[in-house]
Design a protein around this ligand. Structure first.
Ligand SMILES: [Zn+2]
Ligand SMILES: [Zn+2]
Length: 352
């Protein structure tokens, strides 16, 4: 066996809650000639990373499969490539989508819905992710970062691609439409930017605890309201009618129920996040049927959405940069996680 370097990695070592340790690990090797080794530059901490951190992962349907290095929102530099890789070179700056080993044969794979394939694996959940100095991923997942886009902003590609799916691919936003987005976190903020890039008008709805975030959003020219009893009236006054589309970017049943108060007849409600601890939301089918409201789930992202997200980030990078509230070296991962969990900022990143 040839000599192998060590790297720092933040590893979930067991299924027990919070059992994550920063440790010296062997650098990963390319598992095939069509894979890349990437030096991670920035890795965003996702809400799902925090949820998983605290969760017992012994359940058979657990999304995290310890022992594993989490982290799925990243940018980096190609460090090594297999002999069959031609579309990127060593030294290229890349982002990589996280769907690995879809079977390619099932009806979901054949219709581009890889996220629903039973066999697919995820970087940062089933196989080692970006909370480490290096990771390996299939080369076909890598997309070059446009020259003008900095590496930190590029690490927002994954959450923005999820928002592109919510707003465009599932929500089918059209020019001139009006959209109310519940949840002023990173996904909600990215949804609002995507709505506006489509020539539609976004409003963000938060609570009085999200004032910091709303100030940043308002600084980007996005109208914000508090979710209280005055909300439907505020929406009516601001838009001159109810919204064509409402998005739940929080994942709480109470928020989902609020979306019905702001959406017009024939409108769409896109459920972009779900409370997984809930045993099931109740839906007022009389209202859904009578007002012909469409309730549409949106999960994960598509490769097409990743390309679009990179273009959006390049075009509006000054505005997106405001959604990065801090970055910490890997050694300070616990501080970074606390900061991300406090929700007083937007995206917190690690710098492995
Ligand atoms: Zn994420
Ligand atoms: Zn499949």
């Amino acid at each position: 066996m040839s000599w192998q370097n060590n790297m720092k990695g933040l590893k979930r070592i067991s299924e027990k809650p919070n059992d994550m340790v920063l440790m010296d690990l062997p650098e990963p090797r390319l598992p095939g000639d069509d894979w890349l080794k990437v030096k991670v530059s920035y890795a965003g901490i996702c809400g799902s990373d925090i949820k998983m951190f605290h969760m017992d992962c012994s359940a058979p349907d657990s999304k995290l499969r310890p022992p594993v290095i989490p982290g799925h929102e990243f940018s980096g530099i190609v460090w090594e490539k297999g002999s069959a890789v031609h579309h990127v070179e060593v030294g290229d700056r890349v982002v990589c989508h996280t769907m690995v080993k879809p079977c390619g044969r099932c009806e979901y794979c054949l219709t581009g819905n890889w996220g629903l394939c039973r066999e697919r694996k995820g970087i940062g959940s089933d196989i080692n992710g970006a909370f480490a100095e290096f990771l390996v991923c299939p080369a076909k997942n890598a997309i070059k970062i446009p020259e003008e886009l900095p590496l930190d902003t590029a690490a927002l590609t994954e959450p923005l691609a999820c928002s592109v799916r919510i707003v465009e691919e599932i929500g089918k936003i059209r020019r001139g439409e009006k959209a109310v987005i519940f949840g002023p976190g990173p996904i909600g903020a990215c949804c609002a930017m995507t709505v506006r890039a489509n020539g539609a008008v976004p409003v963000i709805v938060g609570t009085k605890h999200s004032r910091h975030r709303m100030e940043v959003l308002q600084d980007n020219g996005i109208q914000c309201f508090i979710n209280d009893e005055k909300l439907p009236k505020n929406i009516l006054d601001y838009f001159g009618g109810y919204a064509d589309m409402a998005v739940d970017a929080v994942g709480k049943e109470a928020v989902f129920q609020s979306t019905f108060h702001v959406v017009k007849k024939l409108g769409r409600i896109v459920v972009g996040a779900i409370d997984e601890s809930s045993t099931g939301y109740s839906v007022n089918m009389t209202k859904v049927f009578g007002s012909q409201i469409k309730v549409l789930p949106s999960c994960s992202s598509t490769p097409k959405g990743w390309h679009e997200a990179l273009n959006l980030l390049s075009e509006h990078q000054d505005e997106f940069k405001k959604f990065i509230s801090g970055s910490y070296p890997l050694e300070q991962w616990d501080r970074a996680f606390q900061k991300a969990e406090s929700r007083d900022g937007f995206k917190i990143m690690l710098r492995p």
